[in-house]
Design a protein around this ligand. Structure first.
Ligand SMILES: Nc1ncnc2c1ncn2[C@@H]1O[C@H](COP(=O)(O)OP(=O)(O)OP(=O)(O)O)[C@@H](O)[C@H]1O
Ligand code: SF4
Ligand SMILES: [Mg+2]
Length: 379
């Protein structure tokens, strides 16, 4: 686990994923669920990863953590650089044995459903101390004390008693807090949270998000937050990456992307959301309405992506080029806040770029699908 001087100089990131390709072996052959994803998170920052169901968010997370279903899927190419306590390591090159030393002390993950991740046969305390004993040179007494301290830290009342409880004896919100306590037990540099609040009611969601934010600020860990909930992005994320059909289609500062989305897909996601609900601290009732709105048409099935831009069959501002060439992720020339967007014309609806979808060049898709990507687009 040695670190080169150049690696030490470069470690301004906590996690840097470059051109990640993750492939599933299916009966119909090999198909890419994640196809060239790049992400970067600095220490102490939160990157929100958002997109419709099936776009590849969880597969991205599982690829980073080395938790892909064995024999079914593998990281085909790309790098997953993690700034560990001992220097930068490329997780894409690790085998399972090496991952064991990284998962927990360097990077960890919490899932949507704590019941499927917690062991029903072990007490909360046993599950909390397991990682501590494995990764830290700690006595059992010290690990037990640390387990109670961690439960207190994540807001579990009467931690001295709850440490002896089994998962089924706790409420859903408490189980999620226990999951978080286990995930942060060894003080990882990066925490990946895959829909951590989706299964919780709105009040508890807000508490758990606040807890994640406090823990992030206290420890300086980076947070990769996967969510369907755009209000969560507004509330917690510094940066956002919007994913569609295995690729990132837009990314940038969360405030900039939410205020002025450039990609037709991001615009479609945001179109039906009341803007006041995206203000950090929006009420619980407003948040309830913020599940991703339905966009006409569906994410194409794995391996059945159209050529060119994968959004083309749902995009009402598509032009002929969209079917021919995949748009690269590149900086929109007219966004002062920076960011990147993968669209031949979506970054400014054509007006400033001089691109107009004429009747001849326009691909007839929106009319069929009923997709409207915002009146401002191409209007
Ligand atoms: N075990 C598996 N075998 C085959 N395909 C899979 C498997 N797991 C995921 N996939 C496919 O990979 C693609 C991406 O799935 P993924 O779970 O990453 O989506 P997601 O963005 O996390 O969606 P959701 O919001 O529903 O959690 C989907 O098309 C899914 O069908
Ligand atoms: S305008 Fe073209 S490149 Fe942009 S999102 Fe629509 S189909 Fe894709
Ligand atoms: Mg998922």
């Amino acid at each position: 686990m040695s670190e080169s001087p150049s690696a030490r100089r470069e470690s301004t990131f906590a996690l840097r994923v470059r051109d990640l390709v993750t492939t599933f072996r299916t009966d119909a052959g090999e198909v890419r669920a994640v196809d060239g994803v790049s992400l970067e998170i600095a220490p102490g920052r939160t990157l929100g990863l958002v997109g419709e169901s099936g776009c590849g968010k969880s597969v991205t997370a599982l690829s980073i953590l080395g938790l892909l279903p064995e024999r079914l899927a593998y990281v085909e190419s790309g790098s997953i650089e993690l700034a560990t306590h001992a220097g930068t390591r490329d997780l894409a090159k690790l085998d399972e044995d090496a991952y064991v030393g990284v998962r927990g002390p360097e990077i960890s993950m919490i899932f949507q459903d704590p019941m499927s991740s917690l062991n029903p046969m072990m007490t909360v305390g046993e599950q909390l101390t397991e990682g501590l004993l494995a990764h830290r040179a700690m006595s059992h007494e010290a690990a037990d004390a640390r387990a109670i301290e961690l439960l207190r830290k994540v807001g579990i009342p009467a931690p001295e008693e709850r440490v002896h409880a089994y998962p089924h004896q706790l409420s859903g919100g408490m189980r999620q807090r226990v999951m978080i306590a286990i995930a942060i037990a060894c003080e990882p540099k990066v925490l990946v949270a895959d829909e951590p609040t989706t299964a919780l009611d709105v009040t508890i969601q807000a508490q758990v998000l606040e807890l994640l934010r406090v823990l992030r600020d206290e420890s300086g860990m980076a947070l990769l937050l996967i969510t369907h909930d755009l209000a969560v992005i507004a509330e917690v994320a510094d940066e956002v990456a919007v994913m569609y059909a295995g690729r990132i289609v837009e990314r940038g500062a969360a405030s900039a992307v939410l205020a002025a989305p450039h990609h037709p897909y991001t615009r479609a996601l945001l179109r039906s959301i009341p803007s006041h609900a995206l203000v950090p601290g929006a009420s619980g009732e407003a948040r309830k309405k913020l599940r991703l709105p339905t966009i006409a048409g569906t994410v194409p099935a794995l391996g059945a992506w159209p050529s060119g831009c994968r959004f083309v069959d749902r995009c009402d501002v598509a032009i002929a080029r969209c079917r021919e060439e995949m748009p690269p992720l590149s900086p929109p020339p007219n966004r002062a806040e920076g960011g990147e967007v993968a669209c031949w014309r979506g970054y400014d609806a054509g007006a400033e770029t001089g691109v107009e979808a004429s009747a001849e060049t326009r691909v007839e898709t929106g009319a069929e699908t009923g997709v409207e990507t915002g009146a401002e687009v191409g209007a």
